[in-house]
Design a protein around this ligand. Sequence first.
Ligand code: GLY
Ligand code: MN
Ligand code: MN
Length: 472
Amino acid sequence: MTESAQTTHEVEIDHSNRSTTPQTGAFLDYISSHWADRPETIPAAWPVAPYAARRRAALGALFPGERLVIHAGAMKQRSNDTFYPFRAHSAFAHLTGWGAESEPGSILVLDPAGDAHEATLYFRERAGRDSDEFFANPEIGEFWIGARPSLAQVAGALGIRTAPIAEFAADERDRVVGHGAVEADGAGTGDDENLARAASELRLVKDGFELAEMQAAVDATARGFEDVLAALPQASAHARGERIVEGVFNQRARLDGNTVGYETIAASGPHACTLHWIRNDGPVLDGDLLLLDAGVELDSLYTADITRTVPVSGAFSAVQRRVYEAVLEAADAARAIVRPGIRFGDVHDAAMAVIERRTREWGLLPEDDGTAYHRRYMVHGTSHHLGLDVHDCAQARREMYLDGVLEPGMVFTIEPGLYFQPDDLTVPEELRGIGVRIEDDIVVTDDGCINLSAGIPRTADEVEAWIRDAQA
Ligand code: GLY
Ligand code: MN
Ligand code: MN
């Protein structure tokens, strides 16, 4: 790989129509001079550093004698010369501890050294004022994107040896993972399946640093939910009230210095029956339910994933409450069985048993012939692992994940729902257009579990009181 713009973003950009900076020798001399010295402060190692070192050691132990190359990835093009905000590959963030501040195009290399591996982090550091890049390069120039850390500063913060990206040389024997991975000739490669799987499975059990971050992400998410409840009258008064809901939640994330871990789902009325409704352009009407599925992501890149379904008016109707309480019962039944030693799939089965029982009691299902007819009203799974990715550990083997056995330190959601589509002729009219999901973030402990989101009201009565308090 060569040191080119493509190390930081995925496409070549032609700036020729927009480049107006003078390029004469006199100008270059002038703009490169008369800058005050900047003392370089080297930060103390971040708290994540020892955790990330242990993660690297654990991964390396699975690949003795092999060189492992983990790319942060490149910036993704949105259109022409605009890009999505950079977000490092989760394996890279996990193994370096470098989150929101990480640099596009960075590469972590674990080189075999004796029985273990030695880590080097390659990245393209800031352009010095002896180059023209600091003022003329919109991708990496300090005048354009702000100050970037030096190699020594990153080495100090993360406790990893650092080196200029130009010193990185790919080798065909490397095991490579991370989007933006490219071969020496510039051609794209897929991830090494074994390394991707191992890096994903390494995250199935969270360490102490991760658990603290996830609790903080949940707490920050709770603040966003409260702001939304306070803004419900404002949302009801707007033709696109769902936009108000999304905007208020995301604003709380930004005001607290955070971002969101996935597109906020602000689904009111029948939109709640669309599982991943992110268009958020509908009204928020009195008498309807609002399903808000949202999660704050911290600088460390850990995210929460919480859903609450609330009555816009402040009070559930009788039929809304009946559906709500069935979903809550499913969630509670699932959480009640969580402890080390059970199968991940058992959690789903426990929730589904309640969903089936209730929908059968309500007369919605055909005669029982062993078919899971109730899944018409909840087509998604009850749980997924959660962490750096909202759907974390996605490359883990089935026997480690879906068919895997729970261990202390695993974090996953419990999120049953009932969704009665507005045009579903199998349900009475009073149910049509009602969608309810309740989603909590659960950590497995030595003898059971903790609900990280237990502090966010869950029962129908608590939810009504929560709305009253938020609007008081
Ligand atoms: N927010 C997406 C999900 O709950 O899985
Ligand atoms: Mn979820
Ligand atoms: Mn969710």
